[in-house]
Design a binder for this molecule. Sequence first.
Ligand SMILES: Nc1ncnc2c1ncn2[C@@H]1O[C@H](COP(=O)(O)OP(=O)(O)O)[C@@H](O)[C@H]1O
Ligand SMILES: O=C(CO)[C@@H](O)[C@H](O)COP(=O)(O)O
Length: 499
Amino acid sequence: MKYVIGIDLGTSAVKILLVNQHGDVVQELSKAYPLIQEKTGYSEQDPQAWVDQTVSGLSDLLKDFNGNPEDIEGISFSGQMHGLVLLDEKNDVLRNAILWNDTRTTEQCKRIYEIVGEKRLLDITKNPALEGFTLPKILWVKENEPEVFEKAKVFVLPKDYVRYKLTGSLHMEYSDAAGTLLLDVRKQEWSNEICELLEIDHHLCPPLVHSHDEVGTISPEIAKRTGLSESVRVFAGGADNACGAIGAGILEDGKTLCSIGTSGVVLSYEENGTKDFQGKVHYFNHSAPDVYYTMGVTLAAGYSLTWFKDVFAKEESFENLLANVGSVPIGANGLLFTPYIVGERTPHVDAEIRGSFIGMDGSHQLEHFARAVLEGITFSLNDSVEIFRENGKNIDTVISIGGGAKNEAWLQMQADIFNAKIVKLSSEQGPGMGAAMLAAYGCGWFASLQDCAKEFLREEKVYEPIQEHVESYRGLYEIYKDIYPATTGLNKRLMEYRN
Ligand SMILES: Nc1ncnc2c1ncn2[C@@H]1O[C@H](COP(=O)(O)OP(=O)(O)O)[C@@H](O)[C@H]1O
Ligand SMILES: O=C(CO)[C@@H](O)[C@H](O)COP(=O)(O)O
């Protein structure tokens, strides 16, 4: 039997899957690393922690593997998007990576609009200037840490850095490059125009490859440390959402994905790059060759639940914390939560907004709060579902992946709030599975990613919307939508009290 490895460099942890030729996940493990949040709005990670945990995870996986390491033919990657990793002339890291959920760059976004123009930016990149994207982060370092920026010779994204440390070759691929705001998304090339207008040396942009392109092999040192064979073939991989789409079979028109990881996304396949969503949803290159996807993003989806657990029920497992949410009534006895705890992207581009619990009552217990958190996250994802529906998309079935797909009550809640059938696959690790599929396709096991999906992906359970619940949620969602405008001004006034 032959195998491939999919490595998903998430925000909370690196998840590693060993997958055989039939798509069975024969081993999986995860290794966590912390977020570094020095100030409100800041979110960083140490790239060395990603590399150490990936190498340690691979080494643990190989220790438990009772086959021949030579039978592991290929490896590929999926990674958290947009994070800025700046490297010097020796390709050494210059500072902590500034992540996708870091919102310190509102001023830089304004400057991009002033200099490039909103319409021109949308024409070239298909996306608006959002704090989380990479270009505003580059400008922030240039303006605030000129001594660091002076030494920068190239920038990469998180999984590109890990792949570089494993292989010694440095690249970026289109699906992740699309999230930098420096790529001409339709032409699939770096935009010299944006670089020139913003006075960024275009040499800072690394060579571009396709997600399924073979970029090298594991270095002898990494082979020794992990137990992998030096002949294992390494493929570029993709942005975690693009890989999540592959790992959920979102490879043709009409297919929709809901992914609840640290962030939450609702994602839809696009055959071409020519539609116009006026920047209301992100529009990126897929990791499947020459196609696209659109998506709305909730910045703190799983992160809201993790935050809630860490602050109010630290010793509990997710399973225990959520054990009773199914018996709490819809609406958690009049308690609503908005998940804006690090600001928001879709539908409210707002770095200053923060979350709320509305309707707290003396009778509310921990399980009411837990249910309200799940409902609030799902309402926020429903904002993206609504945008897609308003733009003519038919959303009747949604494949649900990510940590959030581990909980039955949450999957039923998604069906009831989205008013759509929710499909759970046999593995909720969409991005890691997508990365493994890119390696399988790259190794030539299948003629196309679609053929690979037919062999690898299996539906485990379908959750149908329950009409009575759909009606109750419809009313609650209307109240939920009113919380944002009602709390915007209050949060602006609170800004000066945040550290
Ligand atoms: N058993 C569970 N039930 C519901 N949600 C869970 C469970 N375990 C983890 N999660 C959620 O999943 C999130 C992590 O999902 P994951 O897809 O691994 O994220 P990432 O790729 O961002 O690291 C956590 O933030 C947590 O809120
Ligand atoms: O910023 C985005 C997408 O635009 C995020 O979706 C990141 O890609 C992080 O993903 P997770 O760690 O939540 O999977």
